[in-house]
Design a protein around this ligand. Structure first.
Ligand SMILES: [Fe+2]
Length: 206
C-alpha cells in the first residue's frame, strides 16, 4: 500500500514532535539529526532520486537516532570510553527507535513508512557486514538506510562531540576514503562529489 498525501502529512507531524522531543532532551542530539537530514538530502539529490525516495531518506535521517530519547543523558554525553554494559545500552538505539516509530502505525504500515522504520533500525549496518544490529552485508541493507548511514558518519565526523573537537572537512574526507569498504561505493562517490555543498551546512552547537 502506497502512502497517501494525508498520511504523509500526519507522519511529517510526528517527525516534528520527535524532533522537538530531541531538542528538549539534548541539543546535540537534535542538531545531529537535522544535520544528518541535510547531508542525506544532498546525497539524494546527487543520486537523482525521485521525490518519494528523497522524502523517505530525509525522514529516516531526521528520525535515525530517535531511539536515543530512551538513553540517559549522562551516557549520551559521556566523555570517556563506554563500559561494556553502557555500550550495550547505546547499541540498542536503532532497534528501540524503529519500535517507537512503528507503534504509531499500529500494524497498518505503508511501503514508505516501512522503509523509514527499516532505515532507523539498520542505519548502523556496514557494507562489509561489520555493523549492527543484524550484520547485513551490501545491498541486503536498503539504499535509504545506506544513505542515512553514510550521512550519519559524515555528520558525526564534522561535529563537536563531548570527547573531541570537530574534524576538518579534509580529515573527514580522508577518513571516509580510508573507510570506504564500510559503505556503498556509489553513495560514497556521490558524497565525495558534493563536498562543496556539504561544507556550506551550518552547524551551530552553542
Ligand atoms: Fe545512530
Amino acid at each position: 500500500m502506497m502512502m497517501q498525501e494525508v498520511e504523509m502529512e500526519m507522519f511529517n507531524g510526528l517527525v516534528r514532535v520527535f524532533l522537538r522531543m530531541m531538542y528538549e532532551k539534548n541539543r546535540l542530539l537534535y542538531l545531529h539529526s537535522v544535520k544528518t537530514a541535510r547531508i542525506a538530502d544532498i546525497i539524494s539529490r546527487g543520486m537523482n532520486l525521485d521525490g518519494r525516495m528523497r522524502w523517505m531518506v530525509v525522514t529516516s535521517a531526521k528520525l535515525h537516532d530517535v531511539g536515543k530519547l530512551m538513553v540517559p543523558d549522562d551516557l549520551l554525553m559521556k566523555k570517556g570510553r563506554y563500559k561494556p554494559r553502557e555500550m550495550t545500552a547505546m547499541m540498542v538505539h536503532p532497534v528501540c527507535g524503529a519500535e517507537i516509530v512503528s507503534q504509531y502505525f499500529n500494524g497498518n504500515i505503508s511501503l514508505e513508512a516501512g522503509e523509514v522504520i527499516f532505515a532507523i533500525r539498520h542505519h548502523h549496518e556496514r557494507f562489509d557486514g561489520s555493523g549492527y544490529p543484524s550484520g547485513l552485508v551490501g545491498d541486503n541493507n536498503s539504499i535509504v538506510s545506506q544513505i542515512v548511514g553514510l550521512a550519519d558518519f559524515w555528520a558525526a565526523l564534522t561535529e563537536r562531540r563531548p570527547y573531541r573537537t570537530p574534524c576538518s572537512h579534509d580529515l573527514a574526507r580522508r577518513t571516509i576514503e580510508e573507510n570506504r569498504n564500510l559503505f556503498h561505493p556509489g553513495i560514497v562517490k556521490t558524497l565525495l562529489m558534493n563536498l562543496d555543498a556539504l561544507s556550506m551546512i551550518q552547524y551551530d552547537s552553542d
